[in-house]
Structure formats: C-alpha cells, structure tokens
Design a protein around this ligand. Sequence first.
Ligand SMILES: *Cc1c(COP(=O)(O)O)cnc(C)c1O
Length: 242
Amino acid sequence: MNSDTESLPETLAARLTRVQERVAQAALRSGRDPEAVTLVAVSKTKPFAMIAELAGAGQVDFGENRLEELWEKVEMAEKAALPDIRWHAIGTIQSRKSKQAIGPFALVHSVDTRKLATRLSRDATAAGQTVNALLEVNISGEDSKHGFTRQALLADLPDLLALPGLHIQGLMTMAPLESEAEDTRPVFRQLRLLRDELAERFPQRDWRHLSMGMTNDFEVAIEEGATIVRVGTAIFGKREIN
Ligand SMILES: *Cc1c(COP(=O)(O)O)cnc(C)c1O
C-alpha cells in the first residue's frame, strides 16, 4: 500500500473534497482540463446514507460492482428522491445475468467477453434501449484479471461494434495492485495507446472514455489520460469485504 490513504480527512464531505482537489491537480499537472475527468464514487458495500450525504454535497456519479446492490441503491435513491444520480456498473457481470444490467444506468464499464456483449445487446434491444458500455481490457495479461486481451479485442471488435443494443464509448481496465502507484503507469499508458489505435482504425465510432485508476493510482491514471476514475476507499474509507 502506498501512503494515499494514511491521512484521510475526518468527514465524508471533506474526503470527497480532498479527492476532487487531487483529481483537479493531476489534470492540471498534465495540461488537461479538470472538467474532462469524471470522478465515480465507488460505494460498494457502503450504506445508502453515505451516498445520500455525498449526493447532498454535489457528487453525481456513483459506482457499484454487484448488480443486486446497484439495483437496491437505485431504488433507495428513487424513494429518497435523490436528484440526478448517474449510476455506473463497474464489476464483473455473469452473462446469464445480463438482463440485470439493463436499467437506468449511465454506463456499464465492464463488458469483458464477446458473450456478455452479445447478450447485453440482445436484452437491451428487447427492452427498447441501448446500453452505454466500455470494453474491459486485460492489459497486464494476468490470468486473475477479467477483460479482453489485446488480440481478442482486435479480432472481435468488428462484431462488437455491429451490436445494435450497445453504444460502445471506450475502454476500461483494472490495473494490478502495485505498492507504488507509479508502477501502474505503463498499464494506463498502454490502454490509452490501444484506444488511440482503435480510434484511428474506426474513426467513425465513439472512443471518448478511458475508465482507469482507483484509490491507489488515480492520479497517475489521470496523467495518462483517464476520463473516468473509480475511487472508493479514499472517499468512503476502508471496506470490510471486496
Ligand atoms: C472496488 C472497485 C474500485 C474502487 O477501489 P478503491 O481501491 O477502493 O478505490 C474501482 N473499480 C472497480 C471495478 C472496483 O470493483
């Protein structure tokens, strides 16, 4: 673990502000507009009251990694009449549960197989919707990581882009957990270069998003071009599980 979490401010709102400042500073350091980076607050395992508190402090984007929990929180937010939350599905989705990923979600970050992509498209089309989606790429090649390998992605992409129920908007990756954030830089850089390559090959398509960077490494990810960072621990504190 690096030192990112050692001096967490006391209150939830203060921790959010601190992370927002770090996002902005990382963007400015690399000559980017802070507005070009979306901070997704990853609320998995955390109580709805914390989401409500952060929404009250102006946080709009929230991410969950389990669809059951995502749906529960969406329903609680509706009951509590929380305004304008954008929900992100960020965790692995079993393809037999693809229907559960069709809902009032801003973005599904974790389309990691051709089978899942095909089922999501089918279910979305049946529901008269399209799913905004990112393709998850296993840049590091670790067996434990989900996602398309570079080769599989290049082979499958023409078919994926033809799926009528998916609006593919870019790429996502999970970097290996390194003790030094700097060690993740090559992974983030490779995802960006892959995105640039795809944008050249398929210029008529939408490649706007790079979802990369978590509590331990989001500043490095922003320096390498992240447009979305997914931050849990630095905002919500440590989790018991997950
Ligand atoms: C839990 C999770 C995160 C956030 O992790 P932290 O290290 O707590 O910031 C980001 N992305 C995904 C896919 C996750 O499951």
